[in-house]
Design a protein around this ligand. Sequence first.
Ligand SMILES: [Zn+2]
Length: 426
Amino acid sequence: MLPAAAIDRVLSEVERSAEEAVAFTADLIRIPTVNPPGEHYEDCARFIGERLEKSGFVIELFAAEGRPEHTPAHPRINVVGTRPGRLPRPTVHLNGHFDVVPAGEGWTLDPFGGVVRDGKIYGRGSCDMKAGIAAAVFAVEAIRRAGVELPGTVEVSGTVDEESGGFAGVAWLAERGRISAARTDYCIIPEPLNVDRVCIGHRGVYWFEVAAFGRIAHGSMPFLGVSAIDGMARFLQAVQDELQPALDARRTDVPVVPPAARLATINVNGVFGGQPVEGIQTPCVADVCRAVFDRRFLLEEGFDATKQEIEKLLDDVRQRVPRVRYSLEDLMVVHPTRTPDDSPVISAIESGIARVLGRPATRVASPGTYDHKHVARIAGVPHCVAYGPGELEQAHQPDEYCRLDDLVNSTKVLALAVLELTGALA
Ligand SMILES: [Zn+2]
């Protein structure tokens, strides 16, 4: 049992290191790890690794050999730091992705400047999720500075490509057993879900392509052909009129935020058919039209029923439009995840939030997905949550920022959670 004075020392060390944590976040923002295409990954992995070495971690760099996106121009390099405790287990793994989405338009300050102003740090990735990486690093550093020796092991990783699916990052590490049930007991991902909320999972994703095939003919005599675009329009109409009302009536018990995302949803990512509109036009009936759909499904729906519903809708349209041939292809499937309600990792974060912020935590689930899926599905580690500084709504926005008091408070919560989960408080 750790004396209360030692816990207080850890929390004061977090406060004492606040400026260092902000400076570290700014330094991370100044490494423009933009994805796509995946720039400066190795610089960022080494920079995080050097900071962790100063905190007593043994560092390993992992190049995502075998992944097609790991190229000489844009190598995919992950860093994992390990600080063994008195015992190898339990092991708590803190994982953050260091890739960021492109800056985009609309910024009023340098997206890669790491500007600190009015109690906030600005920049692409400030909130999603370089402040989160800083929180993980300085949580474990505060424990070291307070002179607390952990009974269990703590690991901190910085990984690539979360924004594009995480296949060369957390999925790669999980496939090779570096994050796995055989060695990892608990995983915390400091994604920006708000400083008083703990995220217990996400909805499922089903991306699919529907193609409509017609018959080419002269555009002055369209009655001699079959328009694939008209065929696609019939399917899109069915999605709007028949599928959408059914989806609007389904609501999950998982606490997905924002509230509108508790429903099943569908979005059309893109439609392409006929001739490119910017090219020289010729009089032709379109013989092919393709559309890509993004269906977010609920834990209660499951993937099989979700796909069968699309197949049934497409079959109905085939009956009504017999001259058009339709095909369906799966592009990506991510199953929903939900951390068990009684998981120690949830209660560790919740008690940390209550202690640091003096108010109860809220359990939420993400409207999108993040690397949690690889931890749960590939690594087989059920005890995983997302918790970190920054507001979800700031992610991917112009003038993205993270509040400095969020950074300090979430660092404290993470430090308390590491103490509890490694057994230091037992
Ligand atoms: Zn993120």
